[in-house]
Design a protein around this ligand. Structure first.
Ligand code: CA
Ligand code: CA
Length: 324
């Protein structure tokens, strides 16, 4: 298996067919994406909330795209997130025009937060074996916040004219889903030969909803393994994309003009997945999701809003469902 690295010089602000690949790889290879922050690495500080250039750069840029050989339209690209390393600091910035609190801000205000490792003692009272180093940052004198690292933008080329990296969709993109982190697998559609995967917009931490406008925005490197699942091998996952598997659950992540529409789309995609994968009829799949499924807001601040429908993997195990 090969391992390739894509530098942050290869940056895009749209995910579309026909883009010149930054690199090529085989199915099963490992790729390292060096990413810029969502402000296009514009060196934002408290004193310079517009950054050193004095104007905004690319919005939510992504590194790539990566051409995965053998990927054809109709296939699914499985992206296993193996590792994420962060730059030493993150940035948050207010917006006077967007987000739940924009009416409270007259201008852009920025803060930098530097990440540190803090040692937490384990249950056994400070024995060396149980001490854990946790990455986090100090919010203020009273509050320490642990990092929960996630990827904001991850997607393949969208069909047709493409989709800007600020916008989410069925191709992935700016999903801003807190669950997309190390140890998870994201299934994305292949709309064009090579799939054209791009990744950016790392967050050291974000709350579900991303209420103000941003997470703890940072840059870093993301290591993924990419595998092409041919149409038949992908199975029911193919129609539920973007579809995520974590240690505990599976989820369909859907975006639409409104939260209501996104919630309904996420629920319906998961219901269809359950009928196809577990062989349940619509009545029982509906009952089961109403009992065991959870709809969770991913973000309310992007051009389309995103909601995920989560289902615990214990249910899938009972019905003998295995993901490809
Ligand atoms: Ca984002
Ligand atoms: Ca972001």
């Amino acid at each position: 298996m090969n391992r390739i690295t894509i530098s942050k010089d290869y940056v895009v602000d749209i995910l579309k067919e026909g883009q010149k690949p930054a690199a090529f790889c085989e199915s099963g290879d490992t790729a390292v994406f060096e990413t810029r922050d969502c402000y296009d690495d514009n060196d934002i500080t408290e004193e310079l909330p517009l950054g050193s250039s004095g104007h905004d750069g690319l919005e939510n840029p992504a590194t790539g795209p990566l051409y995965v050989k053998g990927a054809e339209p109709g296939d699914v690209l499985k992206v296993e997130i193996l590792d994420i390393r962060l730059r030493e600091y993150g940035i948050m910035r207010t917006s006077p025009t967007d987000g739940a609190f924009h009416h409270l801000y007259e201008k852009r205000t920025a803060r930098r937060f530097y990440f540190e490792k803090r040692t937490e003692e384990g249950d056994k009272g400070g024995e060396e074996c149980c001490a854990q180093e946790k990455l986090g940052f100090r919010f203020d004198d009273r509050l320490w916040v642990d990092c929960q690292v996630m990827i904001g933008v991850i997607g393949t080329a969208a069909a047709g004219d493409g989709v800007l990296t600020i916008t989410p969709g069925t191709h992935g993109g700016n999903l801003d889903c807190t669950k997309i982190g190390v140890g998870t697998s994201l299934y994305l559609p292949v709309n064009t030969p090579g799939a054209l995967l791009a990744i950016g917009d790392l967050h050291a931490r974000m709350g579900d909803g991303e209420m103000m406008i941003c997470g703890m925005e940072t840059a870093g490197t993301v290591t993924v393994k990419v595998t092409v699942l041919k149409k038949e091998a992908a199975g029911p996952v193919r129609e539920a994309v973007p579809f995520l598997e974590t240690a505990e659950a599976v989820m369909s992540i859907q975006s639409a003009e409104t939260l209501d529409e996104a919630a309904e789309a996420a629920a319906r995609k998961m219901e269809h997945f359950l009928t196809e994968a577990a062989g349940l009829d619509d009545v029982n799949a509906g009952m089961l999701l109403s009992l065991m499924g959870n709809l969770v807001v991913c973000q309310i601040v992007n051009p389309l809003k995103t909601v995920r429908c989560e289902l615990t993997k214990t249910v899938l195990e009972r019905y003998g469902v295995k993901l490809p």
